[in-house]
Design a protein around this ligand. Structure first.
Ligand code: AMO
Length: 447
């Protein structure tokens, strides 16, 4: 359909012949005139047809064609895909974009079933069943255009800094995060595991002398929960850089990426986000606030919320509380919670030089939810082996990973961040099901 014009480009054209194609949104079939709202991937436009309801037997070919078009419009089902050639006319009186296309010829390219299985008020689960129809809505469509813009901006920063993009394997011989939440798959005579994170392989790139890497790829967690923030398969944004002094360097890169990503989204989609999501997306200022975890827990307690277990991770309500505090105190949507206890962190996190009960690590919280974990890694082999043993891990099982550190690895660190969570929090959505192209959960493998 080379001569087709996208709806969003019509406004810039002069009155005259055009071809547009897209899905039928509504048909208003009046006796003398018919209106069709056509939507393509870029927007919606009103089509108009002066109806020809009958012709006499001497009618010429043109009159017969007009009758056929009128009848075709009357029979159009919502969702059918049509292509229309007609006359573009700018007219301020037309509410939808101040223009309309007078239909010359109409071709029903692909008919839709007249009964649509989902409606605006359908449950999220039902909408997920019919995801391809759900995604036709401008709001859902915008989410994935925003995602594209966001990732493009992140790539811009990484590439500018000379980082290398990697694709790490998703089939592994061992766990990459913990033995919990691990998917096992039959692998010929043996067993393989789906990667929970590219953790070991992004670190391997530091041993390989890559200097810095990034990856945007799938991660798998056999997490049986049904929360709004967990999926069994999700897209993980990962980066790892060498030659750092501490996790502070990782946080600085992280901030730079978030600011660049959100700035690009605001620049390109700010107006649409206001219109469709009703929010004014703001570009965060740097530096983001940083609060040590112990202090954050105290702040949360002082606000009257007691995290159920004292030695525990900050829980979802605690994250909401600390975010509310940061918003009130610093007017910021982001906060880095730093200095996590060793018992809350994996063996590969470097410990604090002054206080070995703490790690050089952080979580990034965005509008009340954790979106990321980052850390400086332990690169000294003897310390790393000790830390693995302390966590009850068998160094022999980790041999391939530990080998990286036996041949000289620079100090390094990085973070992993869930893409769907970032979008959910950016757009004030309630679930990552809305911001994941095709969600996977304990009871969802379709479509
Ligand atoms: P972590 O396990 O905290 O850290 O994961 C990093 C980020 O990934 C996202 N995430 C998820 N998103 C959807 N569904 C899930 N089940 C899920 N699990 C995690 C979250 C989370 O903050 N290797 C470390 C990262 C690092 O240190 O570089 C890791 O995987 O947004």
């Amino acid at each position: 359909m080379k001569n087709r014009t996208l709806v969003k480009n019509l406004a810039a054209l002069a009155d005259g012949p055009v071809t547009v194609s897209g899905w039928v949104e509504t048909v208003r079939d009046q006796k003398k005139v018919q209106f069709v709202i056509l939507r393509d991937e870029s927007g919606a436009v009103q089509l108009v047809n002066p109806a020809t309801r009958e012709v006499d037997e001497n009618a010429d070919a043109e009159a017969s064609a007009r009758l056929a078009t009128t009848e075709a419009i009357s029979a159009l089902a919502h969702g059918s895909f049509i292509s229309v050639t007609g006359d573009l006319k700018h007219d301020e009186r037309v509410k939808l974009g101040g223009l309309e296309v007078k239909i010359g010829s109409l071709d029903v390219v692909a008919e839709a079933n007249p009964e649509t299985p989902i409606a605006a008020d359908s449950s999220l689960d039902k909408r997920m069943d019919w995801r391809f129809l759900d995604l036709r809505h401008p709001k859902q469509n915008l989410i994935f255009r925003i995602q594209t813009t966001f990732l493009h901006a992140l790539r811009g920063v990484w590439v500018e800094k000379g980082l290398i993009e990697v694709q790490t394997p998703k089939l592994m011989a061992s766990a990459s995060e913990s033995r919990a939440e691990l998917f096992e798959v039959g692998y010929f005579e043996g067993t393989a595991y789906l990667a929970q994170s590219p953790q070991f392989f992004k670190q391997m790139a530091q041993a390989a002398g890559f200097g810095g890497v990034f990856e945007v790829g799938p991660a798998f967690r056999a997490d049986p929960s049904f929360t709004s923030r967990h999926a069994t398969e999700f897209t993980s944004i990962d980066t790892e850089i060498s030659w750092i002094d501490s996790h502070e360097d990782v946080m600085e890169l992280h901030e730079e990426l978030m600011v660049a990503g959100i700035q690009a989204v605001v620049d390109k989609h700010g107006d649409e986000i206001r219109e469709l999501f009703g929010i004014e997306l703001a570009v965060p200022t740097r530096p983001f606030p940083r609060i040590p975890l112990a202090e954050a827990k105290q702040i949360v307690a002082d606000r009257g919320y007691v995290i159920p277990r004292d030695d525990a991770d900050i829980d979802p309500e605690g994250e909401r509380q600390i975010s509310a505090y940061v918003r009130e105190t610093y007017g910021h949507d982001f906060v880095f919670l730093t200095d996590w206890d060793i018992n809350l962190r994996p063996f590969y996190h470097m410990r604090h030089p002054e206080d070995p009960s703490l790690t050089n690590s952080y979580d990034l919280i965005y509008n009340g939810v954790e979106i990321s974990t980052g850390a400086q890694r332990e690169h000294r082999i003897d310390v790393l082996v000790e830390q693995a043993k302390e966590k009850g891990l068998d160094p022999e099982e980790l041999e391939f990973y530990l080998d990286f550190f036996r041949y000289g690895v620079p100090p390094h660190g990085g973070f992993g961040m869930g893409l769907a969570r970032v979008l959910m929090l950016m757009l004030n959505e309630h679930s990552i099901r809305e911001t994941t192209y095709l969600f996977r959960g304990p009871t969802r493998l379709l479509p």
